[in-house]
Design a protein around this ligand. Sequence first.
Ligand code: FAD
Length: 391
Amino acid sequence: MSTKIVHIIGTGPAALMAGTQLAEKGIKIHFYDQKTTPARKFLVAGNGGFNLTHSESLSEFIKKYNRSEIQKAVEQFTNIDFVQFLKKIGIETFTGSSGKIFPKKGIKPIQVIQAWIRYLKNHNAEFHFQYRFIDFNEVTFCVKVEESKKVIPYERLIFALGGASWKKTGSTGEWLSLFKRKGIQCSEFEPSNSGFEISNWEINAKYEGEVFKNCVVSINGVSKLGEIVLTKYGLEGSPIYFLNKAYRINQKSLLHLDFKATKTVDEIKLILQKSKNHSEGLKNLNLSKFVQAFLKNNTSKEIFSSIDALATIIKEFPLTIQSLRPIDEVISTIGGISMDAINSQFQLKQYPNISVCGEMLDWDAPTGGYLIQAAVSSGFIVGRSISKDLI
Ligand SMILES: Cc1cc2nc3c(=O)[nH]c(=O)nc-3n(C[C@H](O)[C@H](O)[C@H](O)COP(=O)(O)OP(=O)(O)OC[C@H]3O[C@@H](n4cnc5c(N)ncnc54)[C@H](O)[C@@H]3O)c2cc1C
């Protein structure tokens, strides 16, 4: 049993995996979190389908990340490793038809966290809730507990403070200004995996919850096929999240929807021509009742009555993006600590006894298991490298 102690601030998946690697080696872990219970964002993620990771091959998997540091971390602690770890703590998983990996039916998100916390406590880890981290230097960190401040000395410290969306889960991103003041290279948070707010959407707000199936969305030549969910303010869904980057890069505010990706404009024209009228034509194109209604409500009489114009708009329905969603409402954020501020073991170059992992680092990936996997893989690298140093 090691006499070393490691302090970890945060109790999200990145923190828990870093702590797991250390606790399994007999190192004493103290976790701190400003909330009353652990992993609140992980539980929120669990409300919407709860995909823990994805089953695709590693070579395809790592293409989802924009930073080589995260790709390397995922290569070292893969989706298969994560599934095996979950099995070890008593959480069986299954792979859905989309390839996403979920806890086995009947296992609730809270049960995953409870199993993981139980496993850590069995390995002698201690948890301190309602401890708000507020400052650090080379040898101590400071937390606020109720109204008093505690200064705690450390030899090795891990930050896994998360990004800046869904602040009510504890991932407030407030740490960013402190880290910047300390001279650590950081960039401002920006929304990622965000819906699009669409200009002049008012008449379509009534379609909230409806879905465009098999629809291709494009921005400036970048396209994605999938299901798009209509909301009060605009559009959500994985093709929309995929196009966040194209929107950010191009600053283009126009997107196009292709409601009939399997047919060319000429093939659509032919079907419209052969139909009794254009309403009938939309049915003959096998467009859903909802898409038919949407097209009727959103095209002028001139367009609807012209075969050429109607066929074109079915293939390239234009919408103007007003903005991404407010940062607090998006699935993840980019920004945070720059990859240039860390070494290959995720230690801060400026403070080598401090390691960082998870969404607080500046990387991007689509939702669908890739975010949680990056959190646990970076946590794994941090935990494993510190355990090698300490033992
Ligand atoms: C609605 C929603 C749906 C999602 N769906 C998916 C999905 O389907 N698949 C997927 O892979 N990912 C999904 N995610 C993203 C995923 O949950 C996060 O990427 C992941 O939780 C990040 O893990 P983390 O450990 O880096 O940080 P977090 O889980 O954010 O944990 C950070 C922890 O640090 C604590 N903390 C922060 N500041 C302080 C402080 N000053 N003092 C003390 N404690 C502090 C917080 O309280 C929190 O517990 C979703 C997220 C949301 C919001």
